[in-house]
Design a protein around this ligand. Sequence first.
Ligand code: PHE
Length: 499
Amino acid sequence: MAEEAVLGYLENNEEISDSGNFAEVKGISHDELVNVIKSLNGFRLVDAQDIKREKWVLTNEGELYAKYGSPEVQLFLAVPPEGITREELQKIVASRLPDDIEEKLKSSMFKIGSTQAIKNKWIEMGKLKVSRKVQHVEDRVKELLVQIQAGEAVGSEDIDALKRRKLITPQTWKGYSVKKGPKYAPKRKKVATDLTRENLQRGEWKELEFKEYNFLAKGQPTEGGCLHPLLKVRRQIKMIFLQMGFEEMPTNNFVESSFWNFDALFQPQQHPARDSHDTFFLKEPATTRRLPEDYVARVKKIHESGGYGSRGYGYDWKREESDKNLLRTHTTAVSSRMLYALAQGGFAPKRYYSIDRVFRNEAVDRTHLAEFHQIEGLICDRGLTLGHLIGVLEDFFSRLGMSELKFKPAYNPYTEPSMEIFSYHEGLQKWVEVGNSGMFRPEMLLPMGLPQDVQVIAWGLSLERPTMILYGIDNIRDLFGHKVDLSLIKRNPICRIGL
Ligand code: PHE
């Protein structure tokens, strides 16, 4: 309807000089008209020029005065011919104010009203009494405000005065002047978007007008091609390991026996981590079927009475305990299998890594889940020292963007010495623990059959921790598990540039 009005009008007239007036005359909303003009202008049916006009609109305070009268008149009317005390006047003015006035404004009404009324020489404030100086006043302020509301012209002096009292404020009105465009037609032709078989058969293609391609239009956002942040960081860390010459260990067994998860790592059978409060044990199948018997015998011996210069723990080692199946509590279980295998095949120096899931029977909270992903790295070679471990860790973590590291002595049953790794976090402005590390004990390595002069340096960390830091996620349940918002994945592009 607005479109017909514009095109129809231009058929017989030079221009629509002001879209505001035009909308009013035609009885259409200006917003609707503007949309039509923009569209017609886009298709060059019309030529539209912006016009801007400053106009005055009432502030909230101005609206109130326009409705109820100015405070100076209110105040004047409250002064009886014989005069009144200030306190009483204040009370009357307050009691006459309408309810819908803001509290803040209410309390200032008396002050504004009296100041203006004195300035206008309407009243006099003596020591004891307030009295009238004139008998009759007119509410000029209210009149002016009502005129402005109605869009009527008001003199510049009056405008200045109202502006100073913050009763009106300027507003820019935007509209258009419209002329015929190069493609003007009294009616918009429907343009074809497709050339059909019928168009060709009937010869319509000769007359048809086709819609032009819009090469600037944006396409639909793609649904695919996104990876979960954990997968992205996993890939990034995998690349770091590969660049450092590490091979991946096979981690495709969540179920592990206590033997490989604990005993092979010289973790005594009374160790609290081996309690069902910390570890998930399997009911079915509850025990492992096969273990390398001669190696089991050497592990039993090292726990009970030691060997290779160690005194062992001096307790009764039980086979039933090591047969128990569990969900692996760390990927160090995989490392122990790999090192054992390496010792059987004839030793060669190796760099191994893995990134996979581990399970712990923990109370779930903002930063803990009962399952998470562990990153594990190890190097076995002759003549390795703690210095090598520190050097490798500094190389590894600096590739992740953590170049400032601190080490703190720690304890693991399978490493000596052991170190916790801390990194300075710029965002959090503090040192945060990022991993655990150490040199595997001879009590672990020698029963496997590794040569005496071989050392293994190793470290482990969670995948979740650096991912949460890198992506600014503070609740682990937003990152992993059934509460994860799919849009987290869709929001993050397939590559993450920088750290
Ligand atoms: N297994 C340790 C953990 O779960 C990590 C670790 C790996 C520590 C290798 C030292 C050496 O925290």
